[in-house]
Design a protein around this ligand. Sequence first.
Ligand SMILES: Cc1cc2nc3c(=O)[nH]c(=O)nc-3n(C[C@H](O)[C@H](O)[C@H](O)COP(=O)(O)OP(=O)(O)OC[C@H]3O[C@@H](n4cnc5c(N)ncnc54)[C@H](O)[C@@H]3O)c2cc1C
Length: 363
Amino acid sequence: MITIIGAGPAGSYLGYLLARQGKDVAIIEEHDAVGKPVQCTGIVTHSIEKFFKLKNGVIAKRLNKVIVASKNNRIAVNVDEIVMWRDLFDKFVAGMAEKEGVKILLNHKFIGINGKNSVKVKDRKNEKIKNLKSEIVVGADGPYSAVARAVGMNSISKNYIGMQAKVKLDMDTSSFECYFGTDFPDFFGWVVPESDDTVRLGIGCFENAEHYFYRFLKSRTGKSDVLCWESGLIPLYNPNKIIQKGSIYLIGDAAAQVKATTGGGIIPSLKAAQSLCDCIINNKDYNKEFKKQSGRELLLHLRIRKILNKFSDEDYDKLLNLMSQDKVRKILKKYDRDTPIPLVANLLLKEPRFFYFAKLLWR
Ligand SMILES: Cc1cc2nc3c(=O)[nH]c(=O)nc-3n(C[C@H](O)[C@H](O)[C@H](O)COP(=O)(O)OP(=O)(O)OC[C@H]3O[C@@H](n4cnc5c(N)ncnc54)[C@H](O)[C@@H]3O)c2cc1C
């Protein structure tokens, strides 16, 4: 038996892939329903369709433009993005796993490893403790991973605070907005429409999240009211993080497999599920294999994040000027952030002035 802790996209997609290979899989989920509470903007590039065709009900909006704003500049770039109802997406992937025979135990919380080959879980309905036999345990239990803590694999994790709320706002609902500069230290702010009158507005930062969030909310909407909160932690990728110890593995946010430029973790967690499934089936070293398959991409995102975090407002103004050229827009349309290596290589080739920003690594 393989026990996966967490029925988020990482856990459910891995369960689906392993069951298709004939493995006996159980997923332990502490909540009484898959997909709740939502702590995500749910925006992905169309690359998600390389993994599966999304059901129509999962898609809230398709967006064809992003407005990128710095202190004194603002440009529109053509894109092809999908905004999902994140709870329905999680249910969709969990449904795929169940169809392949994966058993999902709701209302069950992982509380520890009980010696070799056994996990301890609490049935939250009757508070009973159960020990489940399992040869392999996978922590797909998000940024606060109890599995990582239980086996000492959480030591070098650093997280952004992603503070997001649903807000009433009229805007062009075929585009989303990203805001950069010193008003958004170390990350950025976003406004993403989910329907004709409601948006997901948020910021990421390492500290003082409330201050930056409310200042952004007031400046963008003129109001301070929110409909509901959807905040959470966004792990910062760390190439030195241990993600396998013997028969215990981490995946998704629990393994910090997130793009450091955008905080996007859905597509990286699906890629990681493919890599981990291959490692389990073929008895490969996941610490090495994951780095081979996705490590270079996530490291590139981390390096870009380190450069961006040294930008002044003038640097962002300058970057947007370069991005507004037709030759650059074409590259941005052709390659998305889920293929960062050809994206960056083509940008540097077609516009060498982007090299100017590399020197900021040493500023
Ligand atoms: C504000 C915000 C906005 C974001 N926006 C985007 C975005 O637009 N696009 C994008 O790609 N990414 C986004 N992300 C990141 C994305 O949400 C995560 O990377 C993604 O959810 C990771 O999936 P996961 O399956 O690893 O973890 P999760 O989705 O966190 O799933 C973990 C599961 O484990 C369960 N669990 C936890 N502990 C236990 C336990 N002890 N026992 C049993 N079950 C447990 C939880 O209930 C949960 O169901 C955002 C994150 C935040 C915070």
